[in-house]
Ligand binder design. Structure first.
Ligand code: KG4
Ligand code: ZN
Length: 350
């Protein structure tokens, strides 16, 4: 069983993790930067890359220490080298290359979005008090979806390493829509958890926001119309008649619930189309938005078995990259020291 140390720095989290056998997460260290970006209501690339530089060495040390594994004992060094912010990616890629070269270990570059899909296999072994999750074995062909702040895309998987893109958002990512609605309602950044919490007490039928589905076979998504409808409904024409501070708590809860109901209806329909069109035997869903309890509940009603990650592996982490790297290592797919930081995903479009 191989033990892999992985590094994650694609966006605003600096993370490192040690994973054994592709599934057993021995450590999962995430240094979040959200407090640095909160006042800008979004990730500022220059601030993110500077913070990665400060965090990377302590985060890697902590990941090894927490796992009880010495650097010399790991079998390979993995890094999410695409897609992401170039300045952020460069910090992780440089750290991983340096470790691989100085330790004489194989280097494995992985695709961050593909790793989000793989995250459903991870078992948490970081502490005896955490439930590890029952081992799962999705059957292929599988349908996949990654829903996060930066990505909203649908995939067809023949295996963990044979993945093709079959649909994606043409405008906002789902997490981004939550973050923007949070701003309209005067909630803190990142908005997903705050909007989801408020939605629990609101009436999802208080207003019917639009559900953009495109033609009946389309696997593309669009959320900007919904976001604009929420803005006009809450803050008046052009979004300037009222201020978030003028809104009452009950009204905000109703808007959050009605927004979330529209998002869930769109995802439900797109997932059903995806499963049908890819003749999938199961659905695999990863990414930060999958922390959402209402979405997790909705997913239990799909026509095939659905796999979601443990909550701690939904948002950005390095464990998912260490896991996917284990599959790549077994296939002999190691990277050279010329591995590049790449801003876009290289998953082929079907
Ligand atoms: O995967 P992730 O950590 O980072 C990206 O790769 O983007 O996802 C972060 C996104 C944010 O937009 C955040 O608002 C959203 O996931 N999010 C949620 C919830 N928790 C996080 N969205 C809806 N409901 C949640 N409970
Ligand atoms: Zn991500």
């Amino acid at each position: 069983m191989k033990t892999i140390l992985a590094i994650e720095s694609t966006c605003d989290e600096t993370a490192a993790s040690v994973v054994r056998g592709g599934r057993e997460v021995l450590s999962n260290v995430v240094a979040t930067q959200f407090h640095l970006h909160a006042k800008f209501r979004g990730v500022v690339p220059e601030i993110a890359s500077r913070a990665h530089i400060e965090n990377i060495v302590p985060v890697v040390s902590e990941a090894c220490e927490a796992a009880g594994v010495k650097l010399a004992e790991v079998d390979a060094i993995a890094v999410a080298h695409r897609p992401g912010l170039v300045g952020s990616l460069l910090v992780g890629v440089t750290a991983a290359k340096t470790l691989a070269w100085t330790l004489g270990k194989p280097l494995i570059g992985v695709d961050h979005v593909q790793a989000h899909l793989y995250s459903v296999l991870l078992e948490d072994r970081t502490s005896p008090s955490v439930a590890a999750a029952a081992p799962v074995s999705p059957v292929f062909p599988a349908a996949g979806a990654v829903l996060s702040g930066g990505h909203t895309a649908l995939y067809s998987l023949q295996s963990w390493t044979e993945v093709s893109l079959v649909g994606s958002t043409i405008d906002d990512a789902v997490g981004e829509a939550y973050d923007k609605v949070a701003a309209v309602l005067g909630l803190p950044f990142p908005g997903g958890p705050a909007v989801a919490k408020l939605a629990e007490t609101g009436d999802p039928k208080s207003v019917r926001f639009p559900r953009t589905l495109f033609e009946k076979d389309s696997l593309d998504l669009s959320l900007s119309g919904l976001k604009t409808a929420v803005l006009y409904h809450a803050l008046g024409k052009k979004g300037t008649e009222r201020k978030p501070a003028d809104l009452g708590e009950a009204f905000k809860a109703d808007v959050a619930a009605a927004f979330q109901a529209a998002v869930l209806d769109v995802l439900d329909e797109k997932f059903r189309r995806l499963i049908r069109q890819t003749r999938a035997k199961c659905l695999i869903v990863g990414g930060g938005v999958v922390s959402n309890s209402a979405l997790r509940e909705r997913l239990t009603r799909m026509p095939v078995p659905v796999y979601v990650p443990l909550r701690q592996f939904c948002t950005d982490n390095a464990a998912m990259s260490a896991g996917l790297a284990h599959v790549l290592l077994e296939q002999g797919r190691v990277s050279g020291l010329d591995l590049d930081a790449v801003t876009h995903s290289a998953i082929p479009v079907r």
